[in-house]
Every structure is written in structure tokens, then in C-alpha cells.
Design a protein around this ligand. Structure first.
Ligand code: UT7
Length: 319
């Protein structure tokens, strides 16, 4: 049976860095509080006029280069985002045009911080069956635009960024199993109820969160999801070479690694550098560990995401 394999990774963080000490000067917070509760030291913020598709474009180009592919090879683009450039066309279609891709399909997936895991699961089916040969799967967000920068409970947690992977068919390595979940009855614990249309605010455009409820839900659902995907594939926790979880909070990551049974030195954690970049966080962390040489071909990875919806999911793969 053919598998869908990650053939290249790329990521991009906007130039502007906002450190905890800069936030100390603006709101009633402290570097000590932010680091001890979340592990976050800095986040990146997109420039005025820099759109999700611009971030996605940079990450996509790097992933294509790493995979030894060009725009002429791509026949599927899936962008996971909660912050599309506009209502439509989809950010994937805008990206297709910016990349100069002239064939194939393009669409967005919206599952907030789980978006990349959902998108990768969809791409897995579309590539493994042979329906598409070369997919770009991207998580890209400008979450800074959903934040009330005077609300210390939320604004310190998030940042902007993009991460991308190229997925192609392979006979030996690739995605071994996936598991996705959602519970819409928990929508109220992490949400943005309003929106912005042509510069005018309709309703509340800012992120609202019950942090402790999200924390508990993340640990419970991802712990269960990990067990499900391990059972599905007949693997055990000790078979996981690298655990690449959603980068929201170092405390959640550590608690989860404990629950799944992966030792700390096998966990990829990049949240300190960029905060929670929602759908971009897993591919950003993955790309970091690929480029610094930690993740090697043939190793077994578990990727996991959790976020608004609530949604959650896991992908187990041989890299
Ligand atoms: O993709 C999923 C996205 N969301 C998450 O991953 C969030 C999951 N939740 C969390 O990570 C944690 O719940 C937080 C980091 C958000 C908060 O940590 P906590 O330990 O649950 O703190 P708390 O909400 O219980 O707040 C403790 C105190 C409060 O003060 P009082 O009421 O005890 O006087 C807050 O007002 O900390 C205060 N506080 C802050 N203080 C300084 C909240 N935010 C800040 C801040 N700086 N930025």
C-alpha cells in the first residue's frame, strides 16, 4: 500500500519580535509570570499589510525547496488558517496564485490550532490514494489581529507565523495513522465571536478564553487521541522517536509528554521563541527540528494539535 510522506518542510516567522519585557512596559504583566506559566519568551508579529498568504508563501517556498520540487509539481494546496486574508477567495487560492501554481486543487481548512493536523489528515487520504501527487499543506496565522493587546490574560500567549510541508506518495515511509476529534459543546471556552468587515468591527473581534478549561481539555483529549492512534497502528509510546505537539504552553506540553509516555529529550518544544501560532505551531516546530538535524529520515513522529471548537487530533508517521 502506498503512503503519503512528508518530503520537505519550511517555516517563516515575521521580522518583528515582541519580547516579554516589551509587554511589561505596556500592560500589567511580568517576564517571570509569562515564562513560569507558559514558557513563552517572545512572539513574532506580522507587519501592517502582511497577510496570512504572505507568511504562507515564504514557508511554502522553503518546503518546496527542501523537497526538491517547484510550483509546476504542486497539484494540491491546503491552507489551515483561522485568519484568512478575506472571506473568499480562500487563502489557499490566493497562495496558489502568489506561488505561480497553475494546476490542481486549493482550499482552506478551519480547525483553529488543530488546523494543520486536520489538513495533513485530509492530504494523507488525497495523496495516498493517488488522486493527487504533490500536496502543499500549510498552517499560517496572523493571530495578533485577533488579540486585545490590553488583555493580559490572552495577548501574551499568541503570535504570528507559518509552517509548511510537501506531501508526496511513497512506498516505504509516510503517515501510518491519524485520529481527529471535536466537541462543539465546548466552543465557548476558546472563541472569537465577532468579526471585522472592511475595517468595521462587528461584535467582539477579540479572542476570549477560559484558560484552565482549555488546559484540562487539551491534556484529556490529546492523551486519549495518542492512545487511539497508537492502538490503530500497533505501535507503543516507546516507538515514538519525536513528539511534536501543538506549541501553546510548555506546561501543557510537559504534562502531555508525561501522559503519553515520551521522555522530555524526545519532545520538540519551540513555544519559547514564537508563542502560540495556532495552526502554524506544529509545522513550525517540525521544521525547526528537521533543520537542526534532530529529526532524521526513517524516524517515527507523533504530531498533535488541540484548539478552538474544541478540536484535537494526532498524526503518527514515519518521516
Ligand atoms: O491552543 C490552545 C490555546 N490556549 C491555551 O493553550 C491556554 C491553556 N491555558 C493556559 O495555558 C493557562 O490557563 C494560562 C497560561 C492561560 C493561565 O495560567 P493559569 O495558571 O491558569 O492562571 P490563571 O488564569 O488562574 O490566573 C492566575 C492569576 C490571575 O490573577 P488573580 O486572579 O489570581 O489575582 C490572573 O489575573 O494570574 C493573573 N494573570 C496574569 N498576571 C500577569 C493572568 N494573565 C497574566 C499575565 N501577567 N499575563
Amino acid at each position: 500500500m502506498s503512503l503519503a510522506r512528508i518530503a520537505g518542510t519550511g517555516s517563516y516567522l515575521p521580522e518583528r519580535v515582541v519580547t516579554n519585557s516589551e509587554l511589561e512596559g505596556r500592560i500589567d504583566t511580568s517576564d517571570e509570570w509569562i515564562v513560569s506559566r507558559t514558557g513563552i519568551e517572545a512572539r513574532h508579529v506580522a507587519a501592517d499589510g502582511e497577510l496570512t498568504s504572505d507568511l504562507a508563501l515564504q514557508a511554502a517556498r522553503k518546503a518546496l525547496e527542501a523537497a526538491g520540487r517547484g510550483p509546476g509539481d504542486v497539484d494540491l494546496i491546503i491552507v489551515a488558517t483561522t485568519t484568512p486574508d478575506m472571506v473568499f477567495p480562500s487563502t489557499a487560492c490566493i497562495l496558489q496564485s502568489k506561488l505561480g501554481v497553475q494546476q490542481g486543487a486549493a482550499f482552506d481548512v478551519q480547525a483553529v490550532c488543530t488546523g494543520f493536523i486536520y489538513a495533513l489528515s485530509v492530504a494523507d487520504r488525497m495523496v495516498a490514494t493517488g488522486a493527487h501527487r504533490c500536496a502543499l499543506v500549510i498552517g499560517a496565522e496572523v493571530f495578533s489581529r485577533l488579540l486585545d493587546w490590553n488583555d493580559r490574560r490572552t495577548c501574551v500567549l499568541f503570535g504570528d507565523g507559518a509552517g509548511a510541508v510537501v506531501v508526496s506518495r511513497d512506498e516505504a515511509h509516510g503517515i501510518l495513522g491519524t485520529h481527529l476529534g471535536a466537541d462543539g459543546s465546548l466552543g465557548h471556552i476558546l472563541r472569537v465571536t465577532g468579526g471585522i468587515a472592511e475595517g468595521a468591527v462587528r461584535g467582539n473581534p477579540f479572542l476570549e478564553m477560559d484558560g484552565q478549561a482549555v488546559f484540562r481539555t487539551a491534556i484529556r483529549t490529546l492523551g486519549e487521541s495518542a492512545q487511539t492512534v497508537l492502538q490503530q497502528t500497533g505501535l507503543r509510546a516507546r516507538d515514538i522517536d519525536w513528539f511534536v505537539p501543538h506549541q501553546a504552553n510548555a506546561r501543557i506540553i510537559n504534562a502531555l509528554a508525561d501522559r503519553v509516555g515520551v521522555p522530555a529529550e524526545r519532545v520538540v518544544t519551540t513555544v519559547a521563541r514564537h508563542g502560540n501560532t495556532s495552526a502554524a505551531s506544529v509545522p513550525l516546530a517540525l521544521d525547526t527540528a528537521v533543520r537542526d538535524g534532530r529529526i532524521q529520515a526513517g524516524e517515527t513522529l507523533m504530531l498533535q494539535g488541540v484548539g478552538g471548537g474544541m478540536t484535537w487530533g494526532s498524526v503518527l508517521l514515519r518521516y
